[in-house]
Design a protein around this ligand. Structure first.
Ligand code: PAJ
Length: 283
């Protein structure tokens, strides 16, 4: 049996616990999550363990990144299972504040974003989203004071936004991206996959197949719009309602006019019934 992680729920207790973790010059890595942990999250924890002496995982379903119409209330919460998984990964500390600890009465601050946060991808469909993410991540960074923080490439625009913010605000945290973990059929692991019906789950890997198809065509030198149209076709035939399927510069997330404007990344968001899935792939 691994030793249980220390579970902390208030900011003053966290401050003391982090002081003590850092006291012997130990380096601290933070893995921010909203819980409902799957192997994608755990791969970040494993990378954190390799890169730092102590690993802190935060579990906080952040209300400020959900619009009123979105799934904050329904978002899966699996606390007991999450603790068991993090215990098995030898996590040192779980930071699990409630809403009031993170956003006390009168809270009135929000991080403003430009650059990769306003490129017409997730920001176009979830205009409130990155402001909420950046605000909570800035708080997590100042609360935990980690040397490094691990984020998944699964949420590629989020990774770019957080990396930019950490640098711009001199937060002293090195943000590290970690590869997307997929199911055997290519579907990216996501806490939201539990929303899919059996039929939708069977259709969902079309997102991965579509990105692969377009990526292969682009690498073979085929025309950019024809290559992307082939992927779009796969997604719509599978029954998705498409938000976007786009080729962008991987560093800036700006649109590209030629395949020479690389490094290239395909980014996709689409809805299957009521469930919205996002994914991306390097070309
Ligand atoms: P959440 O969706 O729980 O994801 C937590 C972290 O796990 C993110 O960095 C995300 O990119 C990563 N992740 C999710 N699925 C993954 C997969 N299949 N492979 C690899 N990594 C994966 O993203 C959030 O929470 C929140 O926005 C948060 C950053 C915690 C701020 O509230």
């Amino acid at each position: 049996m691994s030793r249980s992680p220390l579970i902390v729920r208030t900011v003053p207790t966290l401050r003391r616990a982090i002081d003590s973790l850092r006291s012997r010059k130990a380096t601290v890595a933070l893995v921010p999550t909203m819980g409902a942990l799957h192997d994608g999250h755990l791969s970040l924890v494993r990378l954190a363990k390799r890169r730092a002496d102590k690993v802190v995982v935060s579990i906080f379903v952040n209300p400020t990144q959900f619009a009123p119409s979105e799934d904050f209330g329904a978002y899966p919460r699996t606390w007991k299972e999450d603790v068991a998984k993090l215990t098995a990964e030898k996590t040192d500390l779980i930071w699990h504040p409630d809403g009031k600890a993170m956003y006390p009465d009168g809270f009135a601050t929000r991080v403003g974003l430009e650059g990769p946060a306003i490129v017409g991808l997730e920001d176009r469909f979830r205009p409130h989203f990155f402001g909420g993410v950046a605000t909570v991540v800035a708080k997590l960074f100042t609360q935990v004071r980690p040397a490094i923080a691990i984020f998944g490439e699964k949420d590629f625009q989020q990774l770019r936004v957080v990396t930019r913010m950490a640098a711009d605000l001199d937060l002293g945290v090195k943000v590290i991206g970690s590869k997307t973990v997929r199911e055997r059929d290519g579907l990216a692991m996501s806490s939201r996959n539990v929303y899919l019906s059996a039929e939708e789950r069977a259709a969902a890997p079309a997102l991965y197949r579509a990105m692969r198809e377009s990526a292969v065509r682009l690498k073979q030198g085929s025309d950019m719009s024809a290559a992307m149209a082939a992927g779009t076709e796969i997604i719509t035939v599978a029954g998705f309602a498409l938000d976007y399927f786009e080729l962008r510069n991987a560093a800036t997330l700006q649109p590209v006019t030629s395949t020479r404007d690389g490094p290239l990344r395909i980014l996709v968001a689409a809805k299957l019934g009521a469930t919205r899935l996002i994914d991306n792939m390097a070309v």
